[in-house]
Design a protein around this ligand. Structure first.
Ligand SMILES: Nc1ncnc2c1ncn2[C@@H]1O[C@H](COP(=O)(O)OP(=O)(O)OP(=O)(O)O)[C@@H](O)[C@H]1O
Ligand SMILES: [Mg+2]
Length: 386
C-alpha cells in the first residue's frame, strides 16, 4: 500500500486528488491543511509521496522541501504550483523535488504526473539492491557511442542513467565528452568537482577518493562531470581513463559513459573498458552509413566481440527507412527505438531528464525500457548475424 500525503488549505483540491489517486491500485491518500500539520503527520506515518498543493506558496513549499530532503530523503515531493518560474524549477531540482506541475495544467496531466512519481517510488522500493561494493560483484560499464554529433548520445546517456538510478540501481554517469561535455547542463548540476580534479590527484586516487569527485543528482544518480575548461581535457590520458572506469566498477552497479562524436583514443579507451556498447543512430542515410562504417572499424580493431547493440533515436514511423533494414545494414541488434518528441529539447533546456520531466510520454517510456534492457541483459549479448 502506498500513501500520498496532500497538503492544501483548499479541501476541494485534496478531494480531487483523493478521487483520482485512490482509483489506482493500493494507493491511500491522507490530507492536511498546512505544512506544519504535514510535518507532524510525516513523523507518524511514512508517506511515499508528499503532494504540496497550489495554495502553498512556492517559496514556502521549497523551504519545507529543503528540510525534508535531509530529514526524510526517501519521501518523493511533488509540487503543484500556481506560478512556475525558472528560479522555482532550478531550486526545486537542486533540492531533489521530484516534479513541479503548473496548477493551470489539465487535471489529467497533474494526476498522470503524480501517479508517475508514485510508480517510480514503488519501482525503487521493489528493486532496491545492495551496491557493487557490498556484494563484492563488480559493476558493469556501458558506453553510448556515435561518431556523429547531435544524434542524441548525451540525451540517451543522461536519461538512461537517471532512469536506472530511479529504479534503485547504484549508477554513475561519466561524461567523457571531455572538451564539450554537456551532461552537467542536461542534469542542471554545478561542475564543482569534475574528472579533471580526479586526474589532478591521480597518484593518490582510490575508490574512496574518487567517490568524492562524483556530483549527486536528485534521481540518486552520481555524475563524474567533464572538465570546465576544454584545454584541461589534455591532462586526462587514456591510461587514467581506464583506471578511473575500473575503480568506478567498485563504486557502482552500472557505469554509463557518454562520449564525444569522434573516433579518438578516449572513446576507444571507454569502449575497451566496456561490457556493452550502445551505438546511437538516427533515421537518415548519412547517420546509418556512419554507424555502419564506425562499427566495422571497431570490429577491425578487435573491439567488438559481440558487445555492440543499436539504438535508433528520433525513430519516427513517418520516415521511409525501415527499422529491420537498418538493423540488417548495420549488423547489430536493435534494442530500442526512441521517438522524436519536442519534450526532449524542452527537458534539455530545463535541465531535467525527460524520464523525470514527462515520465508518462512515449519518449520517456522508450528510454525507461532501454534502461531496463541495459540493467537486465548484460552478459547475454546475442549479436545478430546478417
Ligand atoms: N528523441 C529526440 N527527440 C527530439 N529531440 C531530440 C531527441 N534526441 C535528441 N534530441 C535533440 O537533439 C539535440 C542533440 O542531442 P544530444 O546532445 O544528446 O546529441 P549528442 O549525440 O550527444 O551530440 P554531441 O555529439 O554534439 O555531443 C538535443 O539538444 C536534443 O534536444
Ligand atoms: Mg553529447
Amino acid at each position: 500500500m502506498s500513501l500520498i500525503l496532500v497538503v492544501d488549505s483548499d479541501a476541494s483540491f485534496c478531494r480531487r486528488v483523493r478521487a483520482a489517486a485512490e482509483g489506482a491500485d493500493s494507493v491511500r491518500v491522507e490530507e492536511v491543511r498546512t505544512l506544519a500539520d504535514a510535518s507532524v503527520l510525516m513523523g507518524l506515518r511514512e508517506p511515499q509521496v508528499l503532494l504540496i498543493g497550489p495554495s502553498v506558496s512556492a517559496d514556502e513549499a521549497l523551504d519545507f522541501s529543503e528540510g525534508m530532503s535531509t530529514e526524510r530523503p526517501s519521501v518523493a515531493i511533488v509540487m503543484v504550483a500556481a506560478e512556475v518560474t525558472t528560479d522555482v524549477l532550478r531550486r526545486a531540482m537542486r533540492l531533489g523535488v521530484h516534479d513541479v506541475i503548473p496548477a493551470d495544467k489539465p487535471w489529467s496531466e497533474i494526476v498522470d504526473a503524480l501517479l508517475g512519481v508514485l510508480a517510480g517510488t514503488a519501482d525503487q522500493r521493489r528493486e532496491e539492491k545492495p551496491t557493487a561494493e557490498e556484494t563484492g560483484v563488480a559493476g558493469r560499464v556501458v558506453t553510448v557511442f556515435s561518431t556523429k554529433g547531435g544524434v542524441g548520445k548525451s540525451v540517451i546517456a543522461c536519461n538512461v542513467a537517471a532512469a536506472l538510478a530511479r529504479m534503485g540501481s547504484n549508477v554513475v554517469l561519466v561524461d567523457l565528452d571531455l572538451q564539450f561535455g554537456d551532461a552537467g547542463i542536461m542534469l542542471d548540476l554545478k561542475p564543482e568537482r569534475t574528472i579533471f580534479d580526479a586526474v589532478q590527484n591521480y597518484d593518490r586516487l582510490d575508490a574512496e577518493m574518487l567517490r568524492g569527485y562524483l556530483v549527486p543528482h536528485s534521481s540518486g544518480l552520481r555524475v563524474l562531470l567533464a572538465p570546465v575548461h576544454p584545454e584541461d581535457a589534455d591532462a586526462i590520458t587514456v591510461g587514467r581513463i581506464g583506471t578511473i572506469l575500473r575503480m568506478l566498477r567498485d563504486i557502482a552497479d552500472i557505469v554509463v559513459v557518454d562520449t564525444a562524436a569522434t573516433f579518438d583514443e578516449v572513446v576507444l579507451a571507454a569502449i575497451d573498458a566496456s561490457d556493452a556498447i550502445y551505438a546511437v543512430a538516427t533515421m537518415d542515410v548519412a547517420s546509418i552509413k556512419n554507424t555502419r562504417v564506425s562499427l566495422q572499424k571497431l570490429k577491425q580493431l578487435g573491439y567488438d566481440e559481440g558487445r555492440t547493440r543499436l539504438v535508433m533515436n528520433r525513430a519516427d514511423s513517418k520516415v521511409w527507412l525501415d527499422a529491420g533494414e537498418v538493423e540488417h545494414s548495420i549488423d547489430a541488434e536493435l534494442v530500442a527505438k526512441v521517438p522524436s518528441d519536442r519534450l526532449v529539447p524542452r527537458s534539455v533546456n530545463r535541465g531535467v531528464p525527460v524520464v523525470i520531466d514527462s515520465p508518462r510520454s512515449a519518449v520517456a517510456r522508450s528510454l525507461v525500457d532501454l534502461a531496463k534492457k541495459i540493467s537486465m541483459s548484460e552478459g547475454e549479448v546475442t549479436h545478430s548475424v546478417a
